[in-house]
Design a protein around this ligand. Sequence first.
Ligand SMILES: Cc1cc2nc3c(=O)[nH]c(=O)nc-3n(C[C@H](O)[C@H](O)[C@H](O)COP(=O)(O)OP(=O)(O)OC[C@H]3O[C@@H](n4cnc5c(N)ncnc54)[C@H](O)[C@@H]3O)c2cc1C
Length: 597
Amino acid sequence: MPQYKVPLREIRYVLHDVLRAEKHYRELGRDDVGTELIDGILDECARFAENVIAPTNEPGDRIGVRRTDDGRVITPPGYIEAYRQYVSDGWAALCGSPEFGGQGLPESFGAPVGEMLVTANMSWKLYSGLTDSAVLCLEEHASDELRRLYLPKLISGVWGGTMCLSESHAGTDLGIMRTRAEPDAGGSYRVSGTKIFITSGEHDLVENIVHLVLAKMPGAPSGSRGISLFLVPKFLPDADGRPAAANGVSCAGVEHKLGIHGSATCVMNFENSRGWLIGEPNSGLKCMFTMMNHARLWVGLQGLAQCEAAYQASVAYARERRQGRNSSGDGSAIADPIIGHPDVRRMLLTQKALIEGGRVLTYFAGMQMDRALHHADPAARELAGGLLAILTPVVKGFITDMSLECTSLAIQVHGGHGYVRETGVEQFFRDARITAIYEGANGIQAMDLLGRKVLGSGGALARQLGGVIGSFCERHSRSEELAEFVTRLTGLLKEWSEATESIANRAARDPDETGAAAMDYLQLTGYLCLAWCWSRIAAVSFAALHRGQGDADFHRAKLATARFYFARLLPRAETHLDALGAGARTLMELPAGHFAF
Ligand SMILES: Cc1cc2nc3c(=O)[nH]c(=O)nc-3n(C[C@H](O)[C@H](O)[C@H](O)COP(=O)(O)OP(=O)(O)OC[C@H]3O[C@@H](n4cnc5c(N)ncnc54)[C@H](O)[C@@H]3O)c2cc1C
């Protein structure tokens, strides 16, 4: 079975060298978050991830969750003990607001820590993942009274949070949901309905579960403009804030699914359950978007984490497995390690290039959240908010799509031994698969990027992102050694900007053009962003080599991987540009009845 080893050196390189985390935190007035603190936390978290969480991964997948006849959900062996330590060691409260008992580290810190814990065991980390998103939503939209009552318990991890949107007939289209909320005499509401696919809807890790439920009030406008958000606890807190009376919330079943077997995906019934309105009536989707935007970045991180786990297993196997002859051997052994075969190298380098570039992009997006929330300068806050808005669907959609490719390549590297269970890599593929579906399927992320963010802002957000990449190109335009990257990046940025304009013109005439272009636009934007990230990496590693600083082999490996990315993965951007240009007709001319005869 693969043994997860936290890539601490990679994570430190991205934080300290590429993204200059210390400078970032200083700019936010957080001089206390310096190198020593960052590295200390990373070291400690790596030990926790490798020694406590990772051992629960394989049994969790094999044994899965179990629902008892009386509706309780039992998590796999070891989950409770690991979760207790997660809470008692303070990991749950790491980025929580000090006002409610949190340790107050900036949100972006959740990225490296989250990556380690999700790579160690994605299913286990899902139990606390949505709690963090729920906390953000309550901090921003809940009344003071609700915040005082619920946030300390959620931030400490003693209670858990969920997001209850989906119904059997209402997934992407939440406007047609049926769950109802009727006002009651005490100023609260009575929520009734059935939600499906609720992650961590019921389980045995926490003493209470706080559901954030979308529902419609009587007389609400039809469609998505008539949805409100309610806080519905499993147990109603008593006068001392302790979980007391049951609140009509029950788990009617758990799903049996392709992957994330250790995560409870629940059918949840709400029967006249007492709930409290969050935000204004009928503004539930707006409030829920605070939670969903955070959760979308977090799902991108899940995709990245599965790639990392699969890549580590691939490299270890490719170094060990001997088949055939290649230029790495001298003929003395029975056969040569497959890592010497060009095609195996193609698979490994594809994983490496997508992961390491993707890590820079994901952490960068996390830092924009810090800046958007905490920067003293309103202009800097606005710029960061814009970048975060446009990058969120890219991180969610592009990185999770790439996780399907990388985890599939890991199976391919293992050959038939990857397809059977004993090597453990097929689990990464199965676990990664959901990341392209939940929190808004990737087709919806593509529409969000192109329709809402780019066209919806009249192109302003695209110009912001283009401006950031453009100034990097400008800054390095005279560097001879970076020319192999920056010249191509500059050219692609121009093509991307022109494609954006051309789609905007076409979409003004035919609304189908947006949907028809969206996925290729998402992929194109993803490849552009990764080209920018790899150019940044190249700039940092060239500089380190000139200074004779650090391990030269590490930096040479970065440059070799950057070259691989530009030569062998970036050409995919051209395909997406061509497809974008083909327009809607090629997708729409076939009548629905002609798809199968
Ligand atoms: C393991 C798991 C955990 C989950 N956890 C949660 C959770 O905690 N809380 C929660 O509320 N939900 C959860 N979900 C639900 C998940 O978010 C939905 O499955 C997802 O949003 C898609 O909805 P759907 O399955 O109904 O698919 P549909 O909405 O029926 O979509 C089917 C396909 O059609 C496409 N499509 C639909 N509408 C459009 C459109 N307008 N334009 C273009 N394409 C479109 C979609 O992209 C998709 O490819 C979970 C699901 C799973 C499987």
